[in-house]
Ligand binder design. Structure first.
Ligand SMILES: [Mg+2]
Length: 230
């Protein structure tokens, strides 16, 4: 076998981040009766989502703290709609962080492919995120049992695609670069990071988006990994 260590991204590669976030947002929108402030869930969601992406970009640049990121993403929809509801926004923020990792939706074929790979390879997680959140996701979803090591950006101190993230991971495994294969859904975080450090990689292009980038392997479903990892 060509590889010894398989390094899986977690969010939106194995754990269905989008569905699980949406389920949690919808649940809290209803519970906190936010129809008092917003026409419907979609109105609230589009305000949230736009700004959330900006805030994450700021967080990655070190411009805002984790605490501010979490509060501001929920406070923004209120503010921009002309309401001052910081307590409600804080409650939403706290509950969102507590509840979304408890959701269990996985990407199609996730368990099947892990069952297939587990006897053959050392499996590890490489993820950008917060330790307390990612640990809960792995445990509650049942994914945790497939992995030997969990590498989390918050603990390493840098996020993918920073080369140090990958260097740290490979060194911690006492592995050589050629023994490792990175699998992830984010071209920017997973694939560019792997390329820049010189690791083989599989781009899980979930939505089949068109691109001009050169990648080593590209798949549209997790099942296709069986062709690469025999
Ligand atoms: Mg991802």
């Amino acid at each position: 076998m060509k590889y010894k260590h398989i390094l899986f991204d977690l969010d939106h590669t194995l754990w269905d981040f989008q569905t699980n976030s949406l389920l949690t947002l919808q649940e809290l929108f209803d519970e906190l009766d936010l129809k008092r402030f917003f026409k419907d869930f979609d109105t609230f969601y589009s305000l949230y989502e736009d700004n959330n992406l900006h805030l994450w970009a700021d967080y990655r640049k070190g411009l805002i703290s984790k605490k501010d990121l979490n509060f501001q993403r929920f406070n923004y929809p209120f503010q921009v709609s002309g309401y001052e509801e910081p307590e409600l926004a804080q409650k939403f923020a706290t509950e969102f962080v507590r509840r979304s990792p408890l959701k269990k939706e996985l990407m199609p074929g996730a368990v099947e492919i892990l069952e297939y790979l587990k006897p053959k390879y050392h499996l590890h997680i490489i993820t950008n995120g917060f330790k307390e959140v990612q640990d809960v996701k792995l445990e509650v979803s049942g994914l945790g049992k497939y992995f030997e090591r969990i590498f989390i950006s918050e603990l390493i101190g840098v996020q993918k695609p920073d080369v140090y993230f990958f260097e740290y991971t490979v060194r911690s495994l006492n592995a050589s670069k050629k023994d490792c294969l990175v699998i992830g859904d984010s071209f920017e975080a997973d694939i560019l990071g792997a390329k820049n450090y010189g690791l083989d990689h599989v781009y899980y292009n979930v939505n089949g988006e068109k691109h001009e980038e050169e990648v080593m392997y590209e798949i549209h479903s997790l099942e296709e990994l069986k062709k690469i990892l025999k």
